[in-house]
Structures are given as C-alpha cells and as structure tokens.
Design a binder for this molecule. Sequence first.
Ligand SMILES: *Cc1c(COP(=O)(O)O)cnc(C)c1O
Length: 421
Amino acid sequence: MSQSRVWHPFTQHALEPAIPEIVRTEGAYLHRADGTRVLDAISSWWVVTHGHRHPRIVKAIETTAASLDQIIFAGFTHEPAERLAEALVNLAPPGLDWVFYSDSGSTSVEVALKMALGYFRNIGAPRSRIVVMEHGYHGDTIGTMSVGARGVFNAAYEPLLFEVDTIPFPAAGREQETLDRFEAVSRDQRAAALIVEPLVLGAGGMLMYPARVLAELKKIADASGTLLIADEVMTGWGRTGTLFACEQANISPDILCTSKGLTGGTIPLAATLATDAIFQAHYSTDRKRTFFHSSSYTANPIACAAALANVEIWNDEPVAERITALGALQAAGLRRFSDNPFFTDTRATGTIAALDLRAASPGYLAEIGPKLRAFFLDQGLLVRPLGNVLYLLPPYCITGDELDRLYDTIEEAGERFGSKP
Ligand SMILES: *Cc1c(COP(=O)(O)O)cnc(C)c1O
C-alpha cells in the first residue's frame, strides 16, 4: 500500500508507525487484513452494544437505504424518525417528551447546553452558568471541552473555552463535599444547568459513584431551578446494568443525551431528549424563540432505522438478561484481583469493569498506556487503557471464556508492567 493520508483521532503518528487495517467485523471480533482477529474488549470506543453487525440492524440499514437517504429535516419528516422518537420517549425516564436529533455525542451535548440557555432566556430569567463535575468528559468540540476536565487534551484550546463552576467528583467517603459544593454554587440561581455523566465517568478514568449521589444532585438542582443534563452518551443502552443509568437513581433529568449505543454501534446518530417545559419555552409565534440548531445529517433516516432495529432487539431479545449475566462475569473476573499487589481500586458498574495498575508514573500520558495497548494487541486483544486505568467494556455477546482470557492477560500485564506498593 502507498503511504496513508489518513490523520487518525487521538493518535501520535510519530509513535505509531503501523496502524492495522480491519477488513471485517463480527460479534466481539475485528478481523485484520493479515487474517488474524482481535477481540474487541472496549466495544470499539464504547459504541457497540449487542455485538458488531447485529444482523437485524444490518438488515434495517439495507432495507431503509433502498427507499430513503438524507432528507432535509427542517419542514419535512419521515417514518423512521417519528417511530424512533416515540420509542425513545417511551424508553427514557418519564417526563422526557421531546426528541431532538443530531449526529454525535458531542453535538447532542452542545444541543443540551443550547436548550438550557435558550430555556432561561425564553422564560425571561436568563441564566448562563454551567456547573460541571470534576474529571467529566462530554466531547471534543469547543463547547463540550469547556464543560469537560481541563488537561493536556485541551491545553492548546484553553483560551477559547468558557468558564464553568466545578463540583468535586463524589469519591467514596467524600460525597457530601460534592453535594455541599453544588448547593453553594446553585444558591444564587445563576446556574442554568448541571451536566453530569450518571454513575460512571468514562474518559475521566472509569470513575464510579453511587446512584444516591445522583438522586441528591437532582434534588438540589430542583430546589434552585437548575436544569440537570444527564450525558448518557456512554452510559446509555445497558452499559451500567439498566437501559439508562438515571433509572438506578430513580430520577428524570431535564435533558438527556444519547448517542454511542443508540444504533448498536453501526452508524452515527444522537438524540437530545428534553422535558415539555423546555420545549414549551421555545414554542411561540415569535420566531426569535426558535431553537436555532441543525446538523446537515439531522435524523438521517438510515441511522434512525438502525436505532429502531436496536430498540426492537431490546424489546424482543433477552438483552437485560445478557447484561445481568455479563455484569456477574465481570464482577467474578475482578474478584481475582482483590489481593493482587499490582492493582488497586477494582470497581464495576453493570457491564463495565475497571482497575488501576500500580505504575511508577501514572497519568494519561504516562508511557505505560501505549505499552499496555501494544502488549494486549500482540495477543489479539483490543484493550485501550486510560493511562494506568485498565477497563473492560465489551459487547454484550462476549463469552465467559473470552473474558477469562482477558483477565488472564491483565494478570500477566500486572506482573510485567506493574510496581508493587
Ligand atoms: C464519547 C462521549 C461523548 C462524545 O461523543 P462523540 O460521539 O465522540 O462526539 C460525550 N459524552 C460522553 C460521556 C462520552 O463518553
């Protein structure tokens, strides 16, 4: 092959000479051009839920492409979008009655932030502060970087990022600090919204906190009229053990963002769900109150059909049982590490398991990350640590034997790369 002209995401090309080519995907595997296969233990960056290329989703894509491609979604509608919106409203926590489509997790968050500010402006009580959680991640656009953790990823763009109020991550034993801080910053009623990843902070290092903290945050938000935006881009579609993570806290956020697993990991689509109050604040004969947002590929019919097939799979296959079984396998896998000196902080929520490798120099840019990645890939395993944080976030079709292999290899990685306390 001639030299590639592709600039890959989050990739330091000077350190990564040969990028493997994938020619086919199926179930839990990526098939490489050289004939070998790779077990996808991170669901291709958290998007694949049931498994790669679930036949019903592939079929829906093929069928829909035979009659519809993109159609302008301002002033026109189509059946896949209508049916999917209805299904999403029925599946989401109660009170989320309106569905706004876009095409990525980041845009679904941008839409959420704009809805929040538009709401307060339109009700005549403008608010513009956004409250965020320490270590949060919401995307890589300027707005979503602004509400995410600051660090090496966005240092160059810092001058463009807007100011936010940050509440501490509710680490075990320090949950009250988080709640107290949120109460303090929301008291002056200038905060338009609190944005959080419910239960699991993904890119921040698979950090987990209990559902009761989320429930308390919602109470405090309600008391000060601050909107709660639940960024379920990663946590949605069963990842944390329930369809949406918010269910475990028994709350309905004011705005919910979903993307990644929405089409089962086949094609891009996102949706931002909002309450009727937020919709009504924009509903007016005054054009100035219009919700001024669109993506060219808003509500792509083929993507909507893929998402509908995903919903149907949830409705008539035992997905909930699969998730529960996977959660139990993950918990059992982690138990092996309870007294392993090379690891600390074993943790799991639903289908997600994580543990920290004791490394001489932790942190995202530490050399250990790429070394671990190469070590796993040599053994046909796609594991992509966040610095020294190892995690498994597999498709739901993964088997117990495959997980065993992953945990065996994590043990080996500990011996090879870890340091004892
Ligand atoms: C991945 C992710 C996003 C961004 O989604 P993209 O589709 O990559 O833009 C936003 N929020 C969370 C919680 C995510 O994990």
